[in-house]
Ligand binder design. Structure first.
Ligand code: GDP
Length: 478
């Protein structure tokens, strides 16, 4: 049934596309390096006018993929703007798949402005929108959607573990697996469709359903196993969240500042929606932990701030760990049960030991099996005593939660949804196949649905609604 097999194969494919049609043929350019002034600036150009742009600005087109020292001149009056390197990447061997060039210049404001102005003056050239280079790479089949996300994550990665995770995704950890699964699903689908199309012909083997079911079962188990990763991949990508909470004046902000001030650990403190710093990103042995100060979360009458406050509260309530700070000098510990929406561990931080005389009564890290606290620590947030022990414990906690997470396939809710939908559709197909009188059309339909979900994951089927969301997060020049 060779010829017929081909026909069946073709029938399952038309909704899927290898390459996406590129409609906008303008040539785009942008400053792709960081904020000027800087030692070096990189301006990228992509599109059909790239060669012309190089000729106009530098008077030549270098050998492909070899850096050439060039004078960059304003085409309008021939004035030299700068001297630098030009690189020429003719299509299709370029990042976007189009003709591309890179100008490495001195990173001053006026140099960059001069070059961007000159490029803007060339017919058919315009400034790129955020993420537009990457979008073209996707549209030209250079990157699948998961690789695009991996690229975005690589740029956003704050710790080594996040960087490794993003790099693997960029290099196809998810995309290749998903594509392999999709191919096998299509194989199963082809068998079922062959059975449907040729059921009345004598030379078609009676049972094509059994091998299809076997493929589908194997796939289902593989995908389900990838999903059963306790969300490690997503947690690594997002970072663990530890919320500092406790009664007023216990020393929450002091502890927060103490932890945040360990300069080696700080990644990027940024101002919260109120004027206080609400969160700080820590790199603990390569694992990302976001520390939240709930003392900084205050009510506000400002509508803009309100939304931020609401989000901060929500994050604190769903933290992976709560550090419950109490004032040891304030008499008996409060019986108040700390708020943990999702049953996360709570560590008791007994603060202000510098005010207490008998330090032996405040041993650190005793395990209190009968209480809701998993660990207790005795610290002086103001003086720094005991804080190192707490930090080591936080590092261990992050390691335990995130070990091996780099290898997790699923790094985003979008991936999880697509894979869950795939499993659900395969389950429906398997359930139908197990009935007394299986309807082959239904099995085929469910397998097709499963393949479409996988295709949506890698961007092989139309996904306009997710595209905008994904590329929106990119900066201009990427
Ligand atoms: P928050 O309301 O829980 O954020 O508490 P703060 O961090 O604002 O601290 C309340 C008061 O306790 C401030 O006056 C701090 O200086 C003081 N404080 C915080 N930690 C310590 C500590 O370890 N020892 C002592 N002696 N005072 C502390």
């Amino acid at each position: 049934m060779g010829r017929k097999g081909v026909k069946t194969e073709a029938k399952t494919e038309p909704r899927l596309r290898q390459k996406r049609a590129v409609t906008d043929r303008s040539t785009i350019f942008a400053l792709s390096s960081g904020r000027p002034p800087a030692a070096i600036a990189v301006v990228r150009i992509s599109g059909p006018q790239t060669r012309l742009a190089l000729e106009k600005l530098t008077g030549r087109v270098p050998e492909p993929r070899k850096a050439a020292l060039v004078r960059v001149r304003a085409p309008a009056n021939g004035e030299t703007i700068d001297e630098g390197f030009a690189l020429w990447f003719p299509a299709p061997r370029s990042e976007t798949g189009e003709d591309m060039a890179e100008l490495q210049l001195h990173g001053g404001h006026a140099v960059i402005a001069g070059v961007l102005d000159a490029l803007g003056g060339i017919d058919g050239c315009r400034l790129a929108q955020p993420g537009e280079f990457t979008r073209r790479a996707f549209e030209n089949g250079k990157l699948d959607l998961t690789a695009v996300e991996g690229l975005g994550d690589l740029i956003a990665a704050e710790t080594p573990a996040q960087r490794r995770q993003a790099f693997r995704q960029l290099k196809g950890l998810v995309g290749d697996r998903a594509e392999n699964w999709r191919q096998r699903l299509i194989e199963a689908l082809a068998l079922v469709e062959a059975r449907i199309d040729f059921s009345d012909e004598a030379d078609v083997p009676e049972n094509l359903i059994a091998p299809a079911v076997q493929i589908a079962k194997g796939l289902r188990d593989e995908i389900a196993a990838a999903l059963a990763d306790r969300h490690r991949g997503e947690r690594l990508r997002d970072g663990l969240v530890a919320a500092i909470a406790g009664p007023p004046n216990a020393g929450k902000s002091t502890l927060f500042n103490r932890l945040a001030r360990r300069e080696a650990a700080i990644v990027s403190p940024y101002a919260g929606t109120t004027r206080d710093i609400l969160e700080v990103h820590l790199d603990l042995d390569g694992y990302p932990v976001t520390l939240l100060d709930t003392a900084g979360i205050r009510d506000s009458a400002e509508p803009v701030e309100l939304e931020g406050v609401r989000r901060a509260r929500e994050r604190a309530a769903s933290a992976d760990l709560v550090l419950w700070v109490t004032d040891l000098s304030a008499g008996p510990l409060s019986e108040e049960v700390p708020p943990t929406a999702k049953g996360s561990p709570v560590w008791l931080i007994k603060n202000k030991i510098d005010l207490v005389e008998d330090r032996r009564a405040t041993a650190t890290e005793e395990r209190r099996t009968k209480s809701e606290y998993e660990f207790t620590f005795s610290v002086s947030a103001a003086r720094g005593e005991g804080v190192d022990v707490l930090v080591s414990a936080l590092s261990r906690f992050a390691g335990d939660c995130l070990a091996g997470a780099e290898a997790s396939l699923v790094t985003r809710a979008r991936h999880r949804r697509a894979l869950e939908e795939t499993v659900a559709a395969i389950d429906c197909a398997l359930a139908e196949s197990a009935t007394k009188d299986p309807r082959e059309e239904l099995i085929a339909e469910e397998l097709r649905r499963a393949a479409t979900s996988l295709g949506r994951l890698t961007g092989r089927v139309d996904v306009e609604e997710v595209l905008d969301a994904i590329f929106r997060d990119f900066c201009i020049g990427k």
